[in-house]
Design a binder for this molecule. Structure first.
Ligand SMILES: *Cc1c(COP(=O)(O)O)cnc(C)c1O
Length: 376
């Protein structure tokens, strides 16, 4: 059996090695390292895959979120609502721009932002909501968009973990994650569902004016070289990364399908295990399982379990051990986040990637269940 990894980048590369190697060497030999034709080709291919929003490539997912918020013309002190149970990038860029992150709690089963909590957090100073499509399925975009419309707010989707997920909207409309809000932001970090071999990111929007602003900000605030209309940043997707993404994008649906199948296999293997809650699927969004995250019974010694697995060569991760409202940099006055605090103590994520085998999953769950049954 192959050694088990949280994400097996090498196994995925091995299956497409010839095409990747050729794509990379072609860019090397073209010497068009910045804004080469591969970048344009990828931008167009991704736009078509996502159902034709404008796609603006950039250097990473954190930049995508930052540029998106810059492009919406928010002013220092404006409040931006996001979930406290997320990766730090989401709140980081809000704070970095002098905006005020307002953190809210999540749903206990799905880990997704609680729309009722969002509604309660809205004040006259609120300007935007940043839902995070955590672990691979989407926040309730239908309700969030209705709420945003009612209060005249922007919605910036953090879809770094859910690229390729389909969201069932009303009127029989199916939209891709990240294309529903005013701007969607994603990351091509190697371990994401669509990863390159370094850093990369992109923004999506259906609004041509917003698209033009985002493009300008990502390019030093210029449309015409050396004429800087606004303060921007330097954030680009490298040609080599775009070339790699051009090879991988056609496989994204297949990768996501494999992840989903692996998740459902795990569910079956845990069917008789009363001390874990397997992931709950929301129904309106396909789940692309960026992570396979279990909720352990309170009685389980999570550190003991993790060590036991590690001794058997099984990696496991805690996403996330400390919620944002408890981080020194993002402390919030009102500690009213019971769900997230409980989840942070009880979640554990198991190996999840497109190349996970049946045999590996049986090995993982056998030892996992063994520990739980031994320490009853
Ligand atoms: C990975 C990730 C990001 C940041 O992406 P980078 O490319 O690493 O900057 C932002 N938000 C979430 C939820 C992520 O998982």
């Amino acid at each position: 059996m192959q050694q088990i990894q949280m994400v097996d980048l090498m196994a995925q590369y091995a299956n497409i090695q010839e095409d990747i190697d050729r794509a990379v060497i072609d860019v090397v030999r073209s010497s068009k390292y910045i804004n080469g034709p591969e970048v344009k080709r990828f931008t167009e291919a991704l736009s078509s895959y996502l159902g034709n929003p404008h796609v603006i490539p950039c250097a990473n997912g954190t930049d995508a979120l930052q540029i998106a918020l810059m492009g919406l013309g928010l002013k220092p002190g404006d409040e931006v609502i996001t979930a406290t149970f997320t990766y730090v990038a989401t709140a980081e860029v809000i704070a970095l721009l002098g905006l005020k992150p307002i953190l809210v709690d999540v749903h206990p089963d799905t880990f997704l932002i609680d729309v009722n909590a969002v509604e309660k957090a809205i004040t006259p100073n609120t300007r935007a909501i940043v839902p995070v499509h955590l672990f691979g399925q989407c926040a309730d975009m239908e309700r969030l968009m209705a709420l945003a419309e009612k209060h005249n707010l922007y919605v910036v989707e953090d879809t770094a973990q859910a690229i390729g997920a389909d969201v069932q909207m009303s009127e029989d409309k199916t939209l891709k994650a990240g294309t529903i809000g005013h701007v969607g932001c994603t990351s091509f970090f190697p371990s994401k569902n669509l990863g390159c071999f370094g850093d990369g990111g992109a923004m999506f929007t259906r609004d041509a004016d917003i698209a033009a602003r985002l493009k300008k900000i990502a390019n030093h605030g210029q449309d015409v070289q050396y004429y800087h209309d606004i303060v921007g940043v330097n954030s680009r997707l490298d040609s080599i990364q775009a070339a790699i993404l051009n090879v991988k994008l056609p496989f994204l649906d297949q990768y996501n399908k494999h992840r989903r199948e692996a998740a459902h296999r795990y569910n079956t293997l845990f069917a008789n295990q009363s001390k874990v809650q397997t992931p709950v699927e929301v129904g309106y969004s396909t789940h692309v399982y960026h992570q396979y995250t279990l909720i352990l019974d309170e009685s389980v010694d999570r550190d003991g379990l993790k060590q036991y697995l590690a001794d058997k060569g099984i990696p496991a991760m805690i996403y996330y051990p400390v919620p944002l409202h408890k981080q020194k940099a993002y402390k919030q006055e009102d500690n009213n986040y019971p769900i997230t605090e409980d989840l942070c103590k009880r979640v554990i994520s198991l190996p999840m990637h497109s190349e996970l085998t049946n045999e590996q999953q049986e090995y993982i769950t056998t030892h996992f269940n063994e520990y739980l049954n031994k320490h009853a």
